[in-house]
Design a binder for this molecule. Structure first.
Ligand SMILES: *Cc1c(COP(=O)(O)O)cnc(C)c1O
Length: 451
């Protein structure tokens, strides 16, 4: 370890409070300090290289230090870094909005910018709520799925269903109707029965309370933070039909699934679903800068039109809304999707992941492997038959990911689920190396940590 590394580690421990991190444990360990990146690799202060196996927490798309995005941000720096969208328009945010409307489902017509996935959800919830008020209807509630994750601000947590993260805050939150997540692995019955079970719960609620419900919010197809729960085929489509039937808005949180992760540009496309509101963030700038966009239909937008004294204005905004540097990165990222034919390149990569998962699923302690497109989760259990999990304190997932580091791979688990979320633009060779390390670790290290 060089002297700089020691200095950085000491200063980190002295000054930085890390997200989602038990800091006692952090302070007792030696963190890796990332100094740079290149392509799909992260490089630490000692010059060691690691494949970025979870796309820097699910946001990196084309790799690090991509010339086209670098150049776009640099060119934007020479024009202007930021100017407000409150009362002013700005060239880059205009260019990006037009592009976003083109690539998202065709009913979506308007783009509302913010800064993170959580704020994109806050915006969606507030738009849905005020939409009905503006139409003269008082609706107060939302429906969300169990185990859902929509971000960490209070509104997003209110529609969040991950007990480990959310239960302590419950008294601070607004009340939400939760329906069970359609999670076939943990359901006693077939995948079809699992799907129908949740759909029935949703329909019961809509029948009884529909007049009081603004919207149903869901992560389409894959509930990422819950441990890569993949919904049964046709669930999303059926939810769309139910919400239409009972006249309730469907909010698709594509923060994790958007920008190629499911094999299409957006998850909704896989089941030909047009949501009323769509939340995007993570991959929007290629993983370069914080930016989010909430998209809405023309009909929703129109409900906010009126004279000032009608008080139909959407009074919401953030200082850095539509930041020009972030929009420049996002425009370049969208152009790269086309230039590099990213979506077209995905089937081969998705097959490769599938092949490895199939082999991995045969190992001891592997309870379930789940995949949709470029998103995958490998769930480790103490007992394959009873599906019983390991004790929480055992931190199996964290230990396995730590074991991958000396082998040159950076991963972050969700409890006992090993998450595989490579950048969608990752080349086949690098993807193969990444999968080989995961395979080797689950084959050779897992039995040691499990005993
Ligand atoms: C990560 C995530 C969010 C929150 O995004 P942030 O940018 O971390 O606030 C919201 N929804 C989903 C589905 C996510 O995966």
């Amino acid at each position: 370890m060089n002297r700089d590394t020691e200095k950085f580690i000491a200063a980190d421990k002295k000054f930085v409070w890390h997200p989602f991190t038990q800091m006692k444990q952090w302070l007792d360990n030696e963190p890796l300090v990332i100094e740079s990146g290149e392509g799909f690799y992260l490089i630490d202060t000692d010059g060691k290289r690691y494949i970025d196996g979870v796309s820097s927490l699910w946001c990196n798309v084309h790799g690090h230090r991509v010339k086209k995005i670098d150049d776009a941000v640099k060119a934007q720096l020479d024009q202007i870094s930021h100017s407000t969208l409150l009362g002013l328009a700005q060239t880059k945010s205009i260019e990006l909005a037009e592009k976003l409307v083109k690539v998202t489902p065709k009913n979506l017509a308007k783009v509302f910018y913010s800064d993170s996935g959580a704020t994109s959800v806050e915006v969606a919830l507030k738009i849905a709520y005020q939409y009905y008020r503006n139409k003269g209807q008082k609706r107060d509630k939302f429906i969300a799925l169990g185990h859902s994750y929509h971000g960490d601000t209070i509104g997003s947590v209110s529609v969040g269903g991950i007990e480990l993260f959310h239960s302590i805050f419950r008294p601070m939150l607004f009340e939400t109707y939760f329906v069970p997540s359609p999670f076939p692995y943990r359901f006693d019955g077939t995948s079809e029965e699992c799907k129908q079970f949740t759909l029935n719960k949703i329909e019961e609620l809509l029948k009884k309370e529909g007049q009081n419900i603004c919207g149903l919010i869901a992560e389409p197809l894959v509930q990422g933070a819950a441990g890569m729960i993949v919904h049964p085929h046709g669930f999303l489509k059926a939810v769309r039909e139910l919400t239409k039937k009972y006249n309730v808005l469907l909010i698709a949180d594509e923060v994790a699934t958007g920008f190629g992760r499911t094999g299409k540009m957006f998850a909704c496309e896989n089941e030909n679903v047009e949501p009323d509101i769509m939340c995007t963030a993570k991959g929007i700038t290629g993983g370069y800068l914080p930016l989010a966009a909430t998209l809405a239909t023309q009909e929703i937008f129109d409900a906010f039109l009126g004279n000032p004294e009608d008080f139909k204005t959407f009074y919401h905004g953030h200082t850095y809304t539509g930041n020009a540097l972030a929009c420049a990165a996002a425009v370049a990222s969208l152009e790269l999707f086309e230039e590099n034919k990213i979506i077209e390149s995905l089937p081969a990569k998705i097959e490769l992941i599938k092949d490895y998962l199939k082999k991995i699923s045969a190992f001891d302690y592997i309870g379930d492997v789940r995949q949709y497109g470029m998103m995958a989760g490998i769930e480790i259990v103490k007992d394959k038959k009873t599906k019983k999990s390991f004790e929480y304190e055992k931190l199996i997932g964290a230990k396995l990911c730590a074991a991958m580091r000396p082998k040159g791979v950076m991963m972050r688990p969700l409890s006992d689920v090993i998450v595989l979320m490579p950048a969608v633009a990752m080349d086949m060779d690098t993807l193969n190396t990444l999968l080989e390390v995961v395979f080797d670790t689950l084959k050779n290290d897992l039995p040691i940590y499990s005993s």
